[in-house]
Design a protein around this ligand. Sequence first.
Ligand code: FAD
Ligand code: UDP
Length: 371
Amino acid sequence: MKTDVLIVGAGFSGSVVARELAERGYEVLVIDKRDHIGGNAYDRLDEHGVLIHPYGPHIFHTNADRIAEYLSQFTDWRPYEHRVLAKVEEKLVPIPINIDTVNALYGLDLDEDSIQGFYDSVREPREKIRTSEDVVVNAVGQDLYEKFFRGYTRKQWGLDPSELNASVAARVPTRTNRDDRYFTDKFQKMPAEGYTRMFERMLDHPSIKVELGVDFFEVRERVEASHIVYTGPIDAFYAHCYGKLPYRSLRFEHEHLSDTEWYQSVGTVNFPNDYDYTRTTEFKHLTGQQHRGTSLVREFPTAEGDPYYPVPRPENEALFKKYERLAEQEANVTFVGRLAQYRYYNMDQCVGAALKSVEYILEKMGADAGK
Ligand code: FAD
Ligand code: UDP
C-alpha cells in the first residue's frame, strides 16, 4: 500500500481531504472498510427503486456560503426544507416548539405578541445552563420538557438530559413565531442526484484511488505513506488504550410500502414518548422522488454497533482529550471528522473541518519533507 497520503474513511471528511490533496498534486489512496463510499451520508436505491439513506435521514443545510459553493462543484441541488412533527398525546404537532405547537397542545390562541409571555409564565429560569435539561426547562418549563425532550433524549442517548451537555438539546431551538421548518439555515438543499453521486464526482480524480472493503487495522503494517488521514473513531486508532470512548449507535429498520404513495405528511415524525424508536422518516419527502410506493426508516438507538454519534458529556470530553493529546504528537497522522474529532458535527461542519485540516496536513507534510 504505497501512496503519498492514505485516507481512512470515504465519508465527507475523508473525501473532501482526498480531493483537496489530489488537487495539490499528491497521490491519494482512500480506503473504507464498508463496501461503498459516502460514509454515513451514503444513499442508494432500495430493491423497489426508491432512493433511501441506509444510515438514517440526511438533510443538507448550512449558513456557510463557502461550504455550499465547495460542494456545488460536485452536485446540482434540489431545494428542500425539512419539517418534523412530534406525536404528543395523540396529536401531531410541530417540533421545534412554536406558536402552533403550544396552541394545539393547550387549546390556546396565542400569537407572536403573546407567545413569549406564555413561555415566561412556564419557564423555570436556571442560572447556569450546563446540561440539556437546563436548556429546555429554562426556555419552556417542565411540562413541555417532559412532553418533547425527556423521553426522546433518554431513548436516543440512554441518558437523562441532565447527563448531557447543553449543546445537544440546544440543537432544537424554541420558536416565538410559526416557522415550522426544522432548520433555519439560509442554504437548505439536497444533492439533486443524491449524496453518493456527489461523492463519486468528488473522488473522481486521476490522483485518487479508492479501495473498499479494506479495514485500516488489517493493513496498517503494510502501509507506506508519508501521511495518514484518519476519520474513524479515535479510540480505535489507539487500541482503546485509555478505555472505550462512548459512541451512540442506531439500528435502522427499513420498510417499503408498495401500495401507499405517501405514509406521513412530513419528512420525519418524532415519537418522544412511544415505541423503542425515536423517529420515522419517509424518504420521498427528502428526495422529491416520484414513486407509487414509499420507503421509510425507523431509528432504534443502541449502545453497541457502528459508531454514529459522539456522546457530549464532561467525562467523555475528558477521555477524548487524553486521546487527543496522543493524536497531537503524531507527525504523520491527522485526525479529521465526527468520529475522529469526537464532535457532534453536521455534514457541513465536517466539510468545514476537513477543508481546515488540509492546510494543517500540508504544513505537517512540508515540515516532514524539509527534515
Ligand atoms: P463518517 O461518515 O462516519 O465516515 C467515516 C468512515 O470511516 C466510515 O465510512 C467508516 O466505515 C470508515 N472507517 C472507520 N474506521 C475504519 C477503518 N478502521 N478502516 C477503514 N475504514 C474505516 N448531518 C447533517 O448535516 N444533516 C443531517 O440530516 C444528518 N443526519 C444524520 C442522521 C444520522 C442517523 C446520523 C448518524 C448522522 C447524521 N448527520 C447529519 C451527520 C453526518 O452523518 C456526519 O456529519 C457526516 O456524515 C460525518 O462524516 P465523516 O466523514 O466525519 O464520518
Ligand atoms: N430532541 C428531543 N426531542 C425531539 C427532537 C430532539 O429531545 O423531538 C433532543 C434529543 O436529545 C436529540 C437532540 O435534541 O438527540 C438533537 O436532535 P436532532 O434532531 O438534532 O438529532 P439528530 O438529527 O442529530 O439525531
